[in-house]
Design a binder for this molecule. Structure first.
Ligand code: T46
Length: 132
């Protein structure tokens, strides 16, 4: 799986409301070690602005919408997320930013590892140095 790939999850359609489920190593290419979510994001706010040495993630718009900007050191891609039945795969060494959050947006992230500040590259210059 490549960074930016859309990952479609199963949908059980039901007149009572739809149901989607995600199983680690089956619907996404890693075991889920951590789940976190961003919510109550004020209008105009930006999140992200870093890369990870090792972490893999799948990013999902659980409600509302937002944009995910992915930068592999050579090219930037902007992806609009607005459904809870798919996610975007983000591999290691990708600079990511998120903006354009709608009101009520909730961004859920499935992560391959537990939180580790040492896995972050928080300065863009340090990130870009890895490719030059
Ligand atoms: C990412 C984007 C999409 C923790 O203590 N545990 C955690 O699991 C996380 C994710 C964060 N934190 C602490 C670290 C900071 O003190 O929460 C604070 C805010 O984290 P950060 O500024 O990194 O949040 P975002 O929204 O800019 O980035 C997050 C993830 O950190 C990052 O991995 O890819 O969401």
């Amino acid at each position: 799986m490549n960074t930016g790939d859309k990952v479609d999850f199963p949908i059980i359609h039901d007149p009572r409301g739809n149901l989607t489920f995600i199983e680690g190593e089956k619907h996404i290419p890693f075991n889920i070690s951590r789940v976190y979510y961003l919510y109550d994001v004020p209008g105009g706010a930006e999140r992200g602005g870093h890369a990870h040495y090792d972490l893999e993630q799948v990013i999902i718009a659980m409600s509302g919408s937002f944009d995910l900007i992915l930068d592999n050191g050579f090219k930037k891609t902007r992806i609009h997320l607005n459904r809870s039945y798919y996610g975007i795969y983000v591999g290691s060494m990708i600079w990511r930013e998120m903006d354009n959050f709608s009101s009520g947006a909730c961004c859920m992230v499935l992560a391959s590892k537990r939180y580790d500040e040492k896995d972050y590259i928080r300065e863009y210059e340090d990130f870009i140095k890895q490719f030059r």
